[in-house]
Design a protein around this ligand. Structure first.
Ligand code: NCD
Length: 331
């Protein structure tokens, strides 16, 4: 794997499968009374969040803590960023304090790439969502969830599975990363959106495009519903919320058109009544809560693979005395 994780396109099929398999191994820890490994003891992970987040920030924090790293949570609100400090000066400060990894969420597309290529910091950079661009760990946790739910399991990928991604493709970093990663893993991907919410250049994405949700549903093994990203819209992209929900929302009746084994994904936060109705969100076919749990295992795997080393993340079978890989003694 490369030193940084900026884009889903950074991952080869082998890299992606390695992250998924490592996460599968680490997920077993979640069932144990003591969920912590000493693997990243003595290393520092900084969560640098310039944009609001619930799931992703907590997930990275928990992942780093479960690997025994020291974690610093930095949010732009209440920091010197609100006094006008630049990304560069913030990065230099973190570097001076010895950050081994910086997990960054930023409202500007490209900010994590800038951080990784600027030379301001020496550690690894992990993109936790940049503007409308990419969200690679979300794509990995979605793939992990699909692999588990659709029966692939460890060591398998998503060959031949049909995943449909529905909604605000234009503003969605989840969609962009998802399309790339899922197709890298062998899935066939269709995106469905109103014409106004389809990005220019979609023709170069490895997916098909449809405007007709009802027609695609019966052929889908999984349907990922996206939130309409109002905070990124400066114009009206559809007439009314009701109209949007009627054409592109998933309700119980529509869900019944999906094959029996098919599942519904949502990255959260959900707008119940808009892209998804409450009965679908709360149905056993919806994986939203599982996705959150799986996100911790995926982020543990990513931090471990970027910071840890080549040895197994967990020394089986005991899962008790975990392998301390590149701790301060072994570096
Ligand atoms: C997504 C995000 O922030 O891009 N959420 C998440 O990371 N769980 C999707 C969204 O905000 O709609």
């Amino acid at each position: 794997m490369k030193r940084h994780l900026i884009s889903a396109a950074d991952l080869t099929r082998d890299d992606a499968v390695m992250v998924l398999d490592t996460a599968e191994e680490l997920a077993r820890l979640a069932d144990r009374p003591i969920k912590k490994l000493p693997t990243l003891r003595g290393r520092t992970v900084v969560n640098l969040f310039f944009e609001d987040s619930t799931r992703t920030r907590i997930s990275f924090e928990l992942a780093a803590k479960r690997l025994s790293a020291d974690v610093i949570n930095f949010s732009a609100k209440g920091s010197s960023v609100s006094k006008g400090e630049s990304l560069k000066d913030t990065a230099l400060t973190l570097e001076a304090m010895g950050a081994d990894a910086v997990v960054i969420r930023h409202h500007d597309s490209g900010a994590p790439h800038r951080l990784a290529t600027s030379g301001w910091i020496g550690g690894s950079v992990v993109n936790a969502g940049d503007g409308t661009h990419e969200h690679p760990t979300q794509a990995l946790l979605d793939a992990f969830t699909l692999r588990r739910r659709l029966g692939g399991g460890a060591g398998r990928d998503l060959d031949g599975r049909h995943v449909t991604i529905v909604g605000d493709i234009l503003h969605s970093r989840v969609a962009r990363s998802g399309v790339h990663l899922l197709s890298t893993l062998g899935a066939r991907v269709t995106v469905v959106a109103p014409p106004t919410l389809v990005p220019v250049g979609i023709a170069s994405w490895p997916c098909e495009l449809s405007y007709d949700l009802d027609q695609v549903l019966p052929k889908s093994d999984a349907v990922m519903m996206l939130r309409v990203q109002r905070e990124r819209m400066n114009a009206a992209y559809f007439p009314t919320e009701r109209e949007y929900a009627r054409r592109y929302g998933l309700d119980g009746q529509r869900m019944a058109r999906m094959p029996e084994h098919a599942v519904v994904l949502h990255p959260g936060p959900m707008n119940r009544g808009m892209e998804i109705t409450a009965d679908v969100a709360d149905s056993p076919r919806c994986t939203a809560v599982e996705q959150v749990a799986n996100g911790v295992s995926i982020r543990m795997a990513v931090l471990y693979l970027l910071l840890g080393g080549a040895e197994p993340a967990v020394s089986d079978p005991a899962l008790q005395t975990a392998t301390p890989t590149r701790t301060e003694e072994s570096k």
